[in-house]
Design a protein around this ligand. Sequence first.
Ligand SMILES: NC(=O)c1ccc[n+]([C@@H]2O[C@H](COP(=O)([O-])OP(=O)(O)OC[C@H]3O[C@@H](n4cnc5c(N)ncnc54)[C@H](O)[C@@H]3O)[C@@H](O)[C@H]2O)c1
Length: 462
Amino acid sequence: MHCFPKFESMDIQEISSAQKAFFKTHKTKSIKFRKMYLEKLKEIITQNEELLYKAIEKDFGKSRFDTFTTELSFVLKDIDYYIKNLKTLSKPQKVSTNLANQIGKSLIYPEPLGCILVIGAWNYPYQLSLSPLVAALAAGNCCILKPSEIAENTMEAMAKIINENFPSEYVYVYKGGINETTDLLKLRFDKIFFTGSTKIGKIVYKAAAENLTPVTLELGGKSPVIITKEANLEVSAKRIVWGKFLNAGQTCVAPDYLVIEESVKEQFLEMLRKYIKEFKYEPGSEQYTRIINQRNFQRLIQLIQKDKVYFGGNYSEEKLYIEPTILTDIEWKDPVMEEEIFGPILPVISFTHYNQMINTITELEKPLAAYLFTNNPEEKEIFKQKISFGGGCINDVVMHLSNDHLPFGGVGNSGIGHYHGKYGFETFSHQKSILERVTWGEPNIKYPPYSDKKLKWIKKLL
Ligand SMILES: NC(=O)c1ccc[n+]([C@@H]2O[C@H](COP(=O)([O-])OP(=O)(O)OC[C@H]3O[C@@H](n4cnc5c(N)ncnc54)[C@H](O)[C@@H]3O)[C@@H](O)[C@H]2O)c1
């Protein structure tokens, strides 16, 4: 039997009831209130930058550079975006009114959903917990945030800085693992925003269904990267090595496996090797992250098929490091192709017929991301039209998620819903439609008793 650690937190039922009561005061709906707390969050993140760096360093050896560029800068940018655009985003939107409802006006009012539960993942613990929190607060909600207990130090750090600075009836960081999350999921929320695996996403979805709670599920999957002979191989290799081995491959949108045209395979593998060395992605170096824990480490080393290692393949159990590893001559049915890898192992499959390879990919579960490197317009078109995936890039990897004008989320097994920028605001808002009519002049046409003459007019009107 598993023994789960207990986390010290306040009584969550009490917090949840207090948040419901607080939401009903309508204070969170004021733009001034929302801006004030967004500013506050920015201030406490900036003031506690050192504490946040130290916590993540302790959890899995992530560098300050990576923590700033892939985590804190995202959250700070989100805060600035919402502060700047809050008025416009919250404004009722006037839409046209159809003939049958004249004389009248039609407006859409974005209104906060109420009390939100955000459940975060460990791999980008700050970004994946705080960015949804920021969007939820910008939209005028109260929020309970449950970061991942797997990155325990970052969870503690977020709980400390937020719980000391925010009233718990408005925002509360609840520390917990499976037991605590199970308890949380028994409570009623107005929205659950979950980031994590597809397996746990299903548990969350089931629990949410009990209360008809809407969900956003930001999940994972096996994201392919395809390279054809018409790609700029040098640039492709550089971008792929960065996107795959950043965070030691523990990135939801990292290329999971590489599919390459046979004729350029050898040349390309050499380029991958060159960039891994050039970037100094090596155990112990500042830019190379550890594997988060023993469980994931053991899972990953099982995937390293020794006879297929082209590069890397070494590891240290004691230090939880796995070298960037490239596996070549991989077949679609190999064990490494079954589950999302979520680590620094890149299997390489080669192809000779582009369309056939695309068809094989479309038979798999819809991934969170997909990437194509080519300069051939026809290949681009086929990729865009045939493969369904959450989001992706042509001639790059990962970077699409840094553009706030693009919604970020999965499809099918890789998730439900999306966020970032205005999409984040919408995710935590209800679009309330209101038609307002004048009260003078009321033709009898729609009212009984009916007649052929009325029907004739109705047909003309509708
Ligand atoms: N789409 C995205 O934005 C995104 C981002 C990061 C990670 N991911 C995906 O997340 C996965 C890795 O993250 P992870 O290991 O933290 O995921 P996970 O599913 O194990 O955990 C996510 C959260 O669920 C909670 N949890 C775990 N077991 C639970 C249970 N039985 N009942 C209720 N709650 C439970 C955890 O405490 C944690 O907060 C990968 O699949 C990755 O692709 C997706």
